[in-house]
Design a protein around this ligand. Structure first.
Ligand code: NAD
Length: 313
């Protein structure tokens, strides 16, 4: 039987689906969901839940001891667009929550940690196309700075204290179960909702902004597959590049139009355009493919099929 797992930030866009999938795999009672707020009814009814603040070390330690937790997935964070509005709050949340979990692992109270990084670790001086695993980074956003610092600390805790930390740099994630939480790629979810509700959408990025993206099922599969891999295969202890697909808002509009003829998108770029401009357009994820067998399954048209089908239901 798998030892108990704690998910911190379980009610968000990724945490919700990760919780369902881990509960399917390891049993509901073995997967403790936690967050500072309650989640969807479906999530709350699917298994044990604790109200927990990721910045409170003692509170996390209590939950870890109580449930004899062995692995922690830390999904709580302030995302890119919101972090630009509240820089210090973002820094405090993103860094303190990570230190809390890394220190629990250093103290041997848990044995494995998953913490997500992001394509936001890259900056305007990074090669944009097929961005390599190791390259110039220089992130220019509060969120990106916190993720890059987090990666450095993860690698440090692994080397110095033997912490079994595993991480991927998620691209923009597309899903239908939970709305996104204040990122720069949120348009790629909102667009499906508005296509069905109104037949029109005003996009906050310009139509030619090409960004790396991924359908949620692929992201969850990558996460669990990385966590299931034997430790010796995981050579990168900062964070792995993870590729899915790359497209622009115009490409997405075309893909939706195949299902909703006459769907119209207008473009009114706001402050998020500058963030998007600093990020890669595509990702070289050969390290993840070679070391632990990563392979994406969903392209843009398959994502559109899934999104529209599920949102209609
Ligand atoms: N969604 C994406 O496209 C994307 C892309 C790259 C990286 N990521 C990373 O993946 C992780 C999860 O992202 P998400 O999209 O699910 O975010 P989200 O904003 O949807 O969810 C974050 C959750 O954390 C919770 N939270 C906030 N402060 C907390 C605190 N102090 N204690 C406990 N919980 C707290 C929130 O209530 C929320 O439910 C984050 O680290 C994020 O940076 C996400």
């Amino acid at each position: 039987m798998h030892k108990p797992i704690l998910i911190i930030g379980a009610c968000g866009q990724i945490g919700t689906e990760l919780t369902f999938e881990l509960r399917n795999k390891y049993g509901a009672e073995n997967v403790i969901a936690s967050d500072i707020r309650e989640g969807s009814n479906a999530l709350m009814q699917s298994g044990p839940f604790e109200l927990l603040d990721a910045t409170n070390y003692a509170a996390i330690e209590d939950v870890v001891m109580h449930y004899e937790i062995d692995e922690v997935y830390l999904m709580a964070a302030m995302l890119s667009a919101t972090a630009e509005k509240f820089p210090m709050r973002a820094w405090n949340l993103n860094m303190n929550s990570l230190f809390n979990v890394l220190n629990l692992a250093k103290e041997k109270k848990i044995s494995k940690v998953f913490w997500p990084s992001s394509i936001a670790v890259f900056g305007p001086n990074t090669p944009k196309k097929d961005t390599p695993q190791s390259t110039v980074m220089e992130p220019s956003t509060v969120y990106g700075i916190s993720k890059q610092s987090g990666e450095r600390w993860c690698e440090y805790y692994h080397k110095k204290y033997g912490v079994d930390i595993r991480s991927v740099r998620y691209p923009g994630l597309i899903s239908w179960k939970t709305m996104p939480g204040g990122g720069t790629t949120d348009y790629a979810v909102e667009i499906y909702h508005e296509a069905l509700d109104k037949g029109t959408y005003e996009c906050f990025l310009n139509g030619d902004t090409k960004l790396p993206m991924m359908y949620m099922d692929d992201a969850i599969r990558a996460t669990i597959s990385l966590m299931d891999s034997p430790s010796e295969k995981i050579k990168v202890r900062s964070s792995y590049n993870l590729g899915g697909m790359s497209f622009t808002p115009k490409d997405m509009a075309k893909s939706i139009e195949k299902h909703i003829p006459g769907f119209k998108v207008s473009y009114a770029p706001d402050f998020r355009q500058e963030i998007a401009n600093s990020w890669p357009s595509s990702i070289d994820d050969s390290a993840a493919r070679e070391q632990w067998g990563w392979e994406p399954r969903f392209d843009l048209d398959q994502t559109t099929d899934e999104m529209l089908k599920n949102l209609k239901e």
